[in-house]
Design a protein around this ligand. Structure first.
Ligand code: NAP
Length: 263
């Protein structure tokens, strides 16, 4: 943390602290949501996914935390959904201190990461880019008015080390790698504009490590046990980075251990 800049928690000490988490029904996003709700410094937390209001895992949290937890359904690849999302958040809160984008896709029933060039298809590239690359910047666009009230806001989006072009040694996973690389460039560009609009804001791109979630489950066989984080540990490590971050950190691509990842 650099001298002269306040982090979001310090800056928000005298007012309710608001956070929004996408990908809140599963994996790292769900673990982050739980830890945010457990923190008494947090006021309202908005939990976003396509199925938040119907989620069996979120229902008990809603019962425990009541009005502090707001469940919002949105497909964040859809600009109409994102506008509605902003309007619903604005009803409860004029500002957001933290926006954490933890939605992402690597595989689905009808989608596997490519092992060879022959498996690359336009339809899969577009599907993966829609969520991993386009959604983060469209989410930022939709929520920008809530992030630019002069507060020490953080917009943090989960990327992946495999999106690093420098670090690409093994190939494969064309759509996932390229979508994360595209996200990284979009977030870096956002950081530059955000600094002009709110000099106290910070835009971070984060690599969580390999984490035991549905997204990584089919690909964990060759991951050594000590390199596979629980989602609780990953969430804690990332929230610590976000909590420590200030405007001086904006534009960084940071791994779970606080080190910078090469672009
Ligand atoms: N797990 C790892 O090892 C790992 C490693 C590096 C990077 N990451 C990154 O970390 C992030 C989180 O990964 P994870 O492992 O926690 O994934 P996950 O368990 O598969 O969770 C993905 C979340 O995204 C939501 N989602 C999917 N499509 C959506 C859409 N169109 N609109 C809104 N929400 C949508 C899902 O909820 P609904 O289905 O309800 O919408 C779910 O809550 C991803 O960006 C991933 O690339 C993960």
């Amino acid at each position: 943390m650099s001298v002269g800049h306040q982090n979001a928690f310090d800056a928000a000490a005298d007012k309710p602290f608001g956070a929004l988490v996408t990908g809140a029904t599963s994996g790292i996003g769900l673990a982050m949501l739980r830890q945010l709700l457990d923190d008494s410094r947090l006021g309202v937390v908005f939990a976003v996914s396509r199925s938040a209001s119907r989620s069996e895992v979120l229902r008990p949290l809603r019962e425990t935390y009541g009005e502090r937890l707001v469940l919002l359904d949105a497909d964040i690849t859809d600009e109409g959904d994102l506008e509605k999302l902003r309007d619903k958040v604005s009803v409860r809160s004029e500002t957001l201190d933290w926006v954490i984008n933890a939605a992402g896709i690597l595989h689905a029933v009808d989608l596997q990461p490519e092992k060879t060039l022959e498996q690359v298809s336009r339809v899969n590239l577009e599907r993966v880019f829609a969520l991993n690359a386009f959604a983060p910047i469209l989410l930022a666009k939709a929520l920008m008015p809530l992030l630019c009230n002069g507060q020490a806001a953080v917009f943090a989006s989960l990327s992946a080390r495999v999106g690093s072009i420098t670090d690409n040694r093994s190939g494969g996973w064309y759509a996932y790698r390229a979508s994360k690389a595209a996200q990284n460039q979009l977030m870096k560009t956002l950081a530059i504009e955000l600094a002009r609009r709110n000099r106290n804001a910070c835009c971070l791109t984060l690599h969580p490590g390999t984490v035991d979630t549905p997204l990584s489950a089919p690909f964990q066989a060759r991951v050594p046990p000590d390199k596979l984080f629980t989602k609780e540990k990953a969430a804690m490590q990332l929230l610590e980075i976000i909590a420590r971050s200030t405007a001086a950190d904006t534009g960084r691509f940071i791994a779970w251990d606080g080190t910078d990842v090469a672009w």
